[in-house]
Design a protein around this ligand. Structure first.
Ligand code: PLP
Ligand code: COI
Length: 336
C-alpha cells in the first residue's frame, strides 16, 4: 500500500485490499466470499447492463481518538437497500448478512480507515446487481451482492464552507413517485447532465424540485436539503427523494437540542425566509449553502457566506457521535 496523504483525500476511488461478495443462484444466497480482485466477470446479457437492475448504498466508518473503528447506522443502510431492491424487482439481501458483510470488509481493510483528526473516513459501498441473462424485459434469476471500501475526504471541495447550488427547472432527478426506486444506478445516470451543467456554471450541486409540479423543494443531486428558521429544522417531505439516514439522524439531534422539527412540503419561494440552508448526506455530511440561484426564473436566495450557528452545532454533535468523541445515546454506532 502506497502512503496515503489522508488530509489531502478527495471523494474518489482508491484501491483497497479486499471486497466481500455473495452470489444468489438456484434460488438462494451463498456464503460470503472474500475477494482481492477489483473486477467482476459478467454475462453480456446480465439485466444490470440492459435494464438497470442495479442498486447501491453508501455508509461510512470512522476512526476515533481511542483508535477504535466505528460504523455508522449500517442497519438503516441494510433496510434501505432492501427497499431499493424491491423497487426494481431484485432479490433482497438479508439485513443480518448485509451487516456481517460490512463488518467483514471493514475489518479486512482496517488499515485504510483514516486516522482521527484527518477529516477523512472510510466510505463503504454496497452494490446489488442482476447478473442473470435475460433478453426479454424480466428480472434476473441470479444476483451478486458486493461491498467494497475506499478512503475518502470531503465530497465538496469547499468541505464545510458554504457552496452555491442552482435550480434547473428543465431537469428531474427524482425517482418516480412512490416506486421506492431510491439508490438505483439509472436515477443517477439521469442526473449526470444536469450535474455537469451546474458544475460548468460554478455550482456545487443542483437543487431539484418536485417532478410533478416544480413547486416544492425535493433534494440536491447527492444529498437531502434542510433549512433553519427561528429554531426550527425544516426539511422536505416528498416521496420522490432518497430517505437520507443523515437527515433522519439530524432530525433526531435537532429535536433533542430543543429545536422544532418540520418535515413537510416546502414551496420554492419559502427559501427567501430561511436563515440557514444546507445539504446533508453520508458523502456531503453537512454542506452549508451560501446561495441558491433559480436559473430559469432568474431569482437568487442568499444565506450567510460562513456556516450558520445551527449548522455548526448540528455538525459538531453529529461528527462527535460518529467519531466516538461523545457517548452515543442512540445506538447508532457499531464499534469494531
Ligand atoms: N439523496 C441522494 C440522492 C443521495 O445520493 C444521498 C446519499 O446517499 C442522500 C440523499 C443522503 O442519504 P444518506 O444520508 O443516507 O447518505
Ligand atoms: C452517499 O452519500 O453515500 C452518496 O451515495 C452520494 C453520492 C456519492 C452518490
Amino acid at each position: 500500500m502506497d502512503a496515503i496523504n489522508w488530509g489531502e483525500l478527495s471523494f474518489g476511488y482508491i484501491k483497497t485490499d479486499y471486497n466481500v461478495r455473495c452470489y444468489y443462484r438456484d434460488g438462494k444466497w451463498g456464503e460470503l466470499i472474500v475477494c482481492a480482485s477489483e473486477t467482476i466477470g459478467l454475462h453480456m446479457a446480465a439485466t444490470s447492463l440492459h435494464y438497470g437492475q442495479e442498486a447501491f448504498d453508501g455508509l461510512k466508518a470512522f476512526r476515533g481518538k481511542d483508535g477504535k473503528v466505528r460504523i455508522f447506522r449500517m442497519d438503516e443502510n441494510a433496510r434501505r437497500m432492501q427497499s431499493s431492491a424491491q423497487g426494481i424487482c431484485m432479490v433482497e439481501f438479508p439485513e443480518e448478512r448485509f451487516m456481517e458483510a460490512v463488518r467483514k470488509v471493514v475489518e479486512l481493510n482496517r488499515h485504510f480507515v483514516p486516522p482521527y483528526g484527518s477529516g477523512a473516513s472510510l466510505y463503504i459501498r454496497p452494490l446489488l446487481i442482476g447478473t442473470g441473462a435475460q433478453v426479454g424485459v424480466r428480472p434476473a434469476e441470479e444476483y451478486l451482492f458486493l461491498v467494497f471500501v475506499t478512503p475518502v475526504g470531503p465530497y465538496f471541495k469547499e468541505g464545510f464552507q458554504p457552496t452555491k447550488v442552482c435550480i434547473l427547472r428543465g431537469y428531474d432527478r427524482a425517482a418516480p413517485h412512490g416506486t421506492g426506486m431510491y439508490k438505483v444506478g439509472g436515477n443517477y445516470a439521469a442526473s449526470l447532465q444536469a450535474g455537469i451543467l451546474a458544475h460548468d456554471k460554478g455550482y456545487a450541486a443542483v437543487l431539484y424540485l418536485d417532478p410533478r409540479e416544480k413547486k416544492y423543494l425535493d433534494e440536491c443531486g447527492p444529498a437531502n436539503f434542510f433549512a433553519i428558521r427561528e429554531n426550527s429544522y425544516i426539511t422536505p417531505k416528498s416521496d420522490s427523494i432518497l430517505p437520507s439516514i443523515t437527515n433522519k439522524s439530524l432530525i433526531q439531534l435537532a429535536g433533542d437540542m430543543g429545536m422544532k422539527v418540520e418535515r413537510r412540503p416546502i414551496e420554492v419561494e419559502e427559501l427567501s425566509t430561511f436563515e440557514e440552508a444546507a445539504e446533508c448526506g453520508t458523502a456531503a455530511v453537512i454542506a452549508p449553502i451560501a446561495r441558491i440561484d433559480d436559473l430559469d426564473l432568474n431569482k437568487s436566495y442568499t444565506f450567510s457566506p460562513a456556516p450558520g450557528p445551527t449548522c455548526v452545532r448540528l455538525y459538531e454533535r453529529f461528527r462527535a457521535i460518529q467519531h466516538g468523541d461523545v457517548p452515543d445515546p442512540y445506538g447508532w454506532v457499531t464499534v469494531l
